[in-house]
Ligand binder design. Structure first.
Ligand code: M6P
Ligand code: ZN
Length: 193
């Protein structure tokens, strides 16, 4: 790829799209099979309409130290059983690469997990920055009734490690509990499916 020249990127808050975006990723429920706790509810929803859960609009840069990827994510509202719609989640392939999320519309949480499996969460809403420190797995959850839209910036050489999450999951999930989003620890057996 040729060197990136200085440029402006524009976020359309209404649609959540980043312009220009050179990569657009669309993930449906069927692309996330096995990630939600309630397998029966997940299968039923996929059977019914296999809805889009989220889209990512990214401006690609060379995958090199010193570069920064910029992208927006539009995460739809919804639930699989009691569990709110969420992103797949990942570690960075180069573990010690951090990331910043900036909330633009809607409400949600970023679930963070250390490599030894300790989970916590931080808020995401308009005007709020969520800081993902080096070495943490991260997943975004939409706990609101409208779309969750946020901007993310992360190092060009970070990469995505989805396999570790597909193998072991997150050790906590955000579930609706008595009407409120609650971070619930999972049994180790479930986390290590
Ligand atoms: C954020 C960033 C992206 C990521 C996207 C969706 O925008 O962290 O790098 O791709 O969320 O998350 P995931 O890749 O885990 O599906
Ligand atoms: Zn990341």
């Amino acid at each position: 790829m040729s060197a990136i020249q200085p440029l402006n990127l524009v976020v359309d808050i209404a649609s959540g799209r980043l312009e220009p975006a050179t990569t657009v990723v669309t993930r449906r429920l069927s692309d996330m099979r096995g990630m939600y706790a309630d397998a029966a509810a997940e299968a039923a929803l996929i059977e019914r309409d296999d809805s889009v859960v989220y889209e990512v609009f990214q401006y690609d840069v060379p995958e090199e130290t010193g570069q920064l990827f910029v992208c927006t994510t539009v995460l739809e509202p919804g639930r699989v059983g009691d569990e709110y719609f969420m992103t797949k989640g990942h570690y960075h392939r180069v573990r010690d690469r951090a990331e910043v999320y900036y909330g633009l519309r809607g409400e949600g949480q970023v679930v963070l997990m250390t490599e030894d499996g300790r989970c916590s969460s931080v808020e995401l809403r308009p005007g709020v920055v969520a800081y993902v420190p080096p070495c943490y797995a991260h997943r975004t959850v939409n706990t609101g009734s409208g779309e969750l839209v946020f901007l993310a910036v992360y190092p060009g050489d970070a990469g995505h490690d989805y396999e570790s999450i597909e193998r072991s999951g997150f050790s906590a999930r955000v579930l609706e509990y008595n009407g409120s989003p609650t971070l619930v620890e999972q049994e180790p057996s479930e986390g290590s499916r």
